[in-house]
Ligand binder design. Structure first.
Ligand SMILES: *[C@@H]1O[C@H](CO)[C@@H](O)[C@H](O)[C@H]1NC(C)=O
Ligand SMILES: *[C@@H]1O[C@H](CO)[C@@H](O)[C@H](O)[C@H]1NC(C)=O
Ligand SMILES: *[C@@H]1O[C@H](CO)[C@@H](O)[C@H](O)[C@H]1NC(C)=O
Length: 261
């Protein structure tokens, strides 16, 4: 008899508890209904864009007029694919740096400390992008690389912990050349590259990384190396003559085209 009453009083207590809980929930719901939660504020996304505009060598390839609109196109696609909340407020702060290291460094500081951007799209050239990536690493801001930022240095994660790149690097290109040489049992090649003082050059980096690759791979040697600064016929004839004497495989790399001959 005693056990039955104990069980029934326990059930009653439990029932009362649920009742109170239910009442409490009703109260909470009532309160919630009366005072709806304000919608979360729209996500503010501020992007800093560093880009050349008037530099004649760069403008047709990766200048402002040709490339800047890609940012808004990319944003449209992000919104279309619902990768960010619907009411995200995107703003782009763009600054013209003409692929100049000094300008890019100063503007990177300004973008981070004055404009307070969330991320930076760096210059499309190696040196200024290195400066931007270094400064942004200090402030822990993400940097996106594009264009001709081909330097193998960008793979050093301890130096540039905040970068993301979509550009294949010259170190990989150099390794590929040596692997191909090994594959066909070729030993010596001639390297002819263009390198002028214009900004945004990438052949100088490929040349440097090729030297690194030839140190690493056995039987992959640069037998002849020539930097071409102009297309003067006499000098080109002399270069071709020396190539003929020194190597059977030739790698020709130029600003405008990159091809193997
Ligand atoms: C969107 O961002 C811009 C620039 O940061 C700001 O001026 C504007 O007030 C923002 N708009 C909204 C609705 O938050
Ligand atoms: C770029 O170069 C480095 C060597 O400097 C290499 O380790 C890295 O995997 C390369 N590739 C990419 C896609 O970063
Ligand atoms: C360069 O070589 C071509 C072909 O051998 C020859 O016709 C031309 O005269 C040479 N030019 C000079 C300036 O030596």
């Amino acid at each position: 008899m005693r056990t039955t009453s104990a069980v029934s009083s326990f059930l009653t207590a439990l029932f009362r508890m649920f009742l109170r809980l239910g009442l409490l929930l009703c109260l909470i719901q009532g309160t919630v209904a009366q005072f709806p939660m304000p919608p979360p504020p729209p996500l503010q996304l501020k992007i800093g864009l560093l880009i050349p505009k008037n530099e004649p060598e760069l403008a047709p390839k990766m200048g402002y007029r040709r490339s800047a609109a890609a940012v808004t196109l990319a944003f449209d696609r992000i919104m279309h694919e619902q990768l960010l909340p619907k009411d995200t407020n995107l703003s782009v702060v763009w600054k013209i740096e003409e692929c100049d290291e000094k300008t890019a460094s100063g503007l990177t500081f300004d973008l981070i400390t004055k404009d307070n951007v969330d991320m930076i799209i760096a210059s499309p050239c190696n040196e200024p992008a290195i400066m931007t990536s270094t400064i942004a690493a200090y402030y822990d801001r993400p940097v996106f690389l594009w264009g001709a930022t081909t330097s193998g240095d960008f793979s050093q994660m301890d130096r540039f912990p905040t970068i993301a790149t979509v550009v294949p690097n010259t170190s990989d290109m150099a390794n590929t050349i040596c692997r191909m040489m090994n594959e066909f049992h070729w030993r010596n090649f001639a390297l002819v590259y263009t390198s002028t003082d214009i900004k945004g050059e990438k052949c100088g980096y490929l040349q440097k990384d090729l030297e690194g690759a030839t140190d690493k791979y056995m039987g992959c040697n640069i037998a002849y190396k020539r930097r071409v600064i102009d297309w003067h016929e006499e000098r080109i004839n002399e270069t071709l003559r020396q190539i003929r004497e020194n190597a059977r495989s030739k790698f020709f790399t130029s600003q405008k085209t990159q091809k193997t001959v």
